[in-house]
Design a protein around this ligand. Sequence first.
Ligand SMILES: NC(=O)c1ccc[n+]([C@@H]2O[C@H](COP(=O)([O-])OP(=O)(O)OC[C@H]3O[C@@H](n4cnc5c(N)ncnc54)[C@H](OP(=O)(O)O)[C@@H]3O)[C@@H](O)[C@H]2O)c1
Length: 326
Amino acid sequence: MNPTARTSPLPLPDHPVLVVGATGSIGSQVVRALLERGAPVRVFVRSPQKVRDLPPEVERVIGTLEDREAIARALRGVHAAFYVSPHDAAEETLAQNFVSACEREGVRLVFSGVHADGKNRLSRLVMRTVFGLMMPHYKPKLRLAERVRTSRTNPVVLIPGNYFQMDEVCREELLAGRYPLPLGLVPRVDTRDVGEAAARALLDPGVPSGGYALVGPESLSGEQTAAHWSAALGRPVTYAPGLAVTDAIFDRAYGGRKALDCQKSYRMVGKVKVRTSPADLAQTTFLLGRAPRSHAEYAQETAARWQAETPPTPEVRKSAVPVGAS
Ligand SMILES: NC(=O)c1ccc[n+]([C@@H]2O[C@H](COP(=O)([O-])OP(=O)(O)OC[C@H]3O[C@@H](n4cnc5c(N)ncnc54)[C@H](OP(=O)(O)O)[C@@H]3O)[C@@H](O)[C@H]2O)c1
């Protein structure tokens, strides 16, 4: 890969770009970024109600990833497709349904998710094995990402760090002066940047197939993250990591399989120390055509948005999970 920054606007496709997971945290940002660029968009969703606020020109195909006929219908005549793997026990089967359909239709696939990248199958197998030992519950995610990476879809595999926006699950705790999610030192990224990088890969056939790290300007620790929130909120925020509190927060925010995935992930991200490499930053900058957003900026914007909203009532404040909760 020889990435060079994009300098001129891309020609828009005549055919729609399909987005799976359009109601989720990443898919919604992909839809936003595509619409901002004026691209025709089709979403594949389970519930029309959940996309009622999208502009009328966005095509809706209703169906589930379990339904191969619905997937075939959604892919008919598209320019390219975006896939994010849902938090689902059958995630490998769902991915297999979608990837095989893209292969049959000859559609470029842009995927965002957990992946252990490397130059060839052997180096990726070694990486996957090591990663799988550290994070057994990631094994299906790693296998499905490799299925995408080796598919006949001219695939682009986006490998985002921990999302900045995960912090918003602990809004009440942040407002009470604590940042409780365990973070050793990890690459983190703004989901808006993930959406914009995906839009580039979906619209620009010149983006080479392969794996691309998506990161912010620097890796962040829990202490640094808390310091950004402290500056943004204009009051002290202490880094106070706790697994029981973290588990309770994800149960409160999501429940089910998504909560379980997040709880397990934070058991790892609390322990590791991974510095953002210049190569990873270069890949992100290439896709975005600019430097990635910083967490400090994100925290400022989010705190300003919270402050503009109705202040939380004393009852809501009391819903903050107390330190030491089990
Ligand atoms: N959190 C992080 O920091 C992080 C970092 C890197 C990678 N990841 C990975 O990102 C992925 C999750 O992405 P996300 O945060 O965007 O997920 P999300 O917010 O939970 O969204 C999941 C989307 O998939 C849809 N969906 C679920 N099951 C479906 C089915 N059977 N058929 C069709 N659509 C279905 C959901 O639709 P409904 O609205 O109908 O439910 C929703 O739109 C995971 O694989 C995770 O491992 C997360």
